[in-house]
Design a protein around this ligand. Structure first.
Ligand code: NAP
Length: 280
């Protein structure tokens, strides 16, 4: 086992049952002998993950609850009270369909009977869950000799795009919250901004994702999770990974106004099916 600050640590990872969270869970257990306390909703996905870990399956422990519910966090904090926790990785998130704000409101009303319920759920899952986790769990983490907090943001938190207004707002909140904590806390606080990565997060899309532009910019899950894993092992603070994320972040920081219209125009001209509910 390579020498690394995270070897043997106990880590809470939200969204550990799928996608990026599942892959980094696997790496921390297999490469660093960490004990991972995974949080998600699907018992079946956690069972499959545990099975894939073979003889190290006892390094995975999981709790299933809805991270958007404050009361669930209070219960969870109570259940693990007194345990030694070294690292908190807030990764759980949802992506609503790519659609204009007006369409998202219509969809929310159609699916939930209320214009705002589905939009609030995005803010609550992506941002409020991190606020709850930090409120109720950081005091435990801060008892560790090597406390660490890592929040998963998005390229959409670095630069807004049309069609993801609410998602982008939720990730913008994650970005600013995390950057504030980086300045306040005397320990390692990291922020990950992945670009487009092919995972199940696109399951809510109503339209096809088959498009040359998307294939060109998307990073595969294995590459993305390897970069994230290495970034955390090196205690990198600001991790912007993926070709699209680097362009969005870099251009927005240098040319905030022009880059926004440029990205919108690229999306519109791509004629990608997935962007149709934004521009038509
Ligand atoms: N994929 C991308 O292109 C991309 C790009 C930028 C940022 N990100 C961010 O990366 C993070 C991981 O995304 P991913 O692509 O790996 O997505 P994913 O495969 O869909 O995984 C999402 C994870 O979050 C959990 N989760 C979602 N809502 C939850 C809730 N209400 N309560 C508890 N757990 C919940 C899911 O648990 P269950 O499956 O058990 O419900 C799952 O484990 C997210 O924060 C996402 O915003 C992804």
């Amino acid at each position: 086992m390579k020498k690394c600050w995270i070897n043997g640590k106990t880590i809470i990872i939200t969204g550990a049952s799928s996608g990026i969270g599942r892959e980094i869970t696997r790496k921390f257990i297999q490469n660093n002998d960490c004990h991972v306390i995974g949080v998600g909703r699907s018992v079946e996905k956690f069972q499959a993950l545990a099975q894939s870990l073979g003889e190290k399956s006892n390094h995975l422990e999981y709790y299933t609850f809805d991270v958007s519910e404050k009361s669930a966090w209070i219960d969870f904090a109570d259940k693990i009270k007194g345990r030694s926790i070294d690292v908190l990785i807030n990764n759980a998130g949802v992506l609503p369909p790519f659609a204009s704000f007006d369409r998202l409101v219509e969809l929310s009303e159609k699916e939930s009977g209320d214009k705002c319920t589905k939009l609030e759920a995005v803010m609550k899952t992506n941002f409020m869950s991190i606020l709850y986790a930090c409120t109720y769990l950081l005091p435990m983490v801060e008892k560790s000799s090597t406390p660490a907090l890592i929040n998963v943001c998005s390229s959409a938190g670095c630069c807004a795009l049309p069609g993801i207004s609410v998602y982008s707002a939720s990730k913008g909140a994650v970005k600013n919250f995390t950057e504030s904590l980086m300045l306040e806390k005397g320990y390692y606080v990291g922020m990950i901004c992945p670009g487009f990565t092919k995972t199940d997060i696109f399951r809510n899309q109503r339209r096809s994702m088959d498009n040359k532009l998307i294939d060109f910019i998307a990073t595969n899950l294995d590459t993305m999770s390897r970069k994230i894993y290495r970034g955390i092992c090196k205690k990198r603070r600001r991790m912007v990974f993926g070709f699209d994320a680097k362009i969005m972040d870099g251009w927005y920081r240098h040319y905030p106004r022009r880059s926004l219209t440029f990205f919108r125009d690229v999306m519109r001209r791509s004629h990608a099916e997935i962007f149709k509910d934004i521009f038509e």
